[in-house]
Ligand binder design. Structure first.
Ligand code: PLP
Length: 403
């Protein structure tokens, strides 16, 4: 079986519909944010089950802009946001980019997600929000997180970058907090190539997000984003008597619009979303099941009966005392055509950019352990059960040769 398959980490689809829409946008010369972006927002919101969705340039901005909404609700620059120590570095970067300070909490080894029992100890008078990450698509423990947030008057913003299609206790991820931030980057379940989107049930949050993505301007109703610069707008000179609404800047903004070609790719992906999700989920659940037999050396997470995991990728953690290193293991997979990625790092103690925050190495033992011993493998829709069997076979071969 060796060498029979290539298992790249990710894939993406540009459907026929997407190609047609791209050509149409090019022909109309309407390439910046316009009606395809609005269509994509509407369809994404209806898929997740929220009233609103606001499309952005990428998932990092989705995190940052969702957080920046809180300035309209009394947050001040330098206030604190609680995030898990283990995530893709974008989560921590986004908090800083939004003007807040990330306060890190260790994760649990068996869920990879923020350890709810450690959150309260991290809350201070400056805390404004908790941003749990549904890492590798596994829903964070939202009931406990929401209860803590309610008790302390905090906002909850889900980092759902990797959690398209995840379900927690009968409710979709994306509707479990005040806002949820998704990445639409190529390797993700729905992609616009580069892109991000925030879902929310609160129309005021959506308005503020539309303002934030366009430099903080006052012009923020949903039709104003349709790039109709030459069209008549009855509000244009009527906004609180202050002049042209398009050039009144009400808040510190970002420049983070999605463009029409990206939205076209996204609209194509939405058409085949259920198919993508089904295939990825079948791959992930098959691998999770098969992985149980490697339990003495390797662990992953498990699917609970009350959840569906958003099938982003298969996480793998090498157990203490396994008798081999991550490099040896990953090297064997690479030699056999199986692409891998590290399972991220402890942002505060393993990513040098965060050193200025002053966290001591050793403060986040679980995140740090995963940072040194974790990896993830693709489960995307271009793979099938045959390829998954090959992954299992290749791992078994490695373990046999090391024991
Ligand atoms: C957990 C998490 N948050 C945020 C992001 C940022 O998304 P993007 O790469 O679209 O900026 C990612 C990216 O993959 C992610 O995995």
């Amino acid at each position: 079986m060796a060498g029979k398959f290539k298992i790249p980490f990710g894939t993406m689809a540009v459907t026929e519909k997407a190609k047609q829409l791209i050509m149409d946008a090019l022909d109309r010369k309407r390439l910046s944010s316009g009606k395809y972006v609005r269509d994509f927002e509407k369809q994404f919101a209806s898929l997740v089950g929220t009233k609103e969705a606001v499309a952005l340039a990428n998932g990092t901005d989705a995190d940052a802009l969702a957080l920046a909404v809180l300035y309209d609700y009394g947050a001040g620059r330098g206030d604190e946001i609680i995030v898990p120590a283990l995530s893709f570095v974008a989560t921590g970067n986004a908090v800083l980019q939004a003007g807040f300070i990330p306060v890190f909490v260790d994760v649990e080894l068996d869920t990879l997600n923020i350890d709810p029992s450690k959150i309260e100890a991290a809350i201070t008078p400056k805390t404004r929000a908790i941003m749990p990450v549904h890492l590798m698509g596994k829903p964070a423990e939202m009931d406990t997180i929401n209860a803590i947030a309610k008790k302390h008057g905090l906002y909850v913003i889900e980092d759902a970058a990797e959690a398209h299609g995840a379900v927690y206790k009968g409710r979709n991820v994306g509707i479990l907090g005040h806002m949820a931030a998704y990445s639409l980057y190529v390797a993700h379940i729905i992609t616009t190539v580069e892109g991000g989107i925030v879902t929310t049930d609160n129309p005021d949050f959506a308005e503020i997000l539309r303002s934030l993505r366009s430099h903080g301007r006052a012009c923020k109703c949903e039709s104003c984003v349709l790039n109709t610069a030459s069209a008549h707008c009855s509000k244009r000179f009527q906004y609180e008597d202050k002049g042209d609404i398009r050039f009144i800047f009400e808040r510190i903004g970002f420049s983070s619009k999605m463009n029409e070609m990206e939205a076209a790719v996204g609209l194509g992906a939405l058409e085949i979303y259920h198919d993508i999700l089904k295939k990825r989920r079948a791959n992930l659940y098959y691998l999770l099941e098969e992985f149980q037999r490697f339990g003495s050396y390797l662990t992953t997470f498990r699917k609970e009966s009350y959840e569906e995991i958003g099938p982003h990728a298969l996480p793998v953690i090498i157990k203490q005392g396994a008798g081999f290193t991550r490099n040896e293991f990953v090297g064997h997979l690479e030699e056999n055509g199986i692409d891998t990625r590290d399972l991220f790092s402890s942002m505060p103690t393993q990513c040098v950019g965060f050193a200025f925050l002053g966290y001591e190495p050793g403060s986040f033992p679980v995140a740090e352990y995963i940072g040194k011993n974790g990896l993830h493998i693709g489960v995307h829709q271009d793979l099938g059960i045959e390829e998954c069997k090959y992954v299992i076979h290749t791992i078994r071969e490695f373990l046999n040769s090391h024991h």
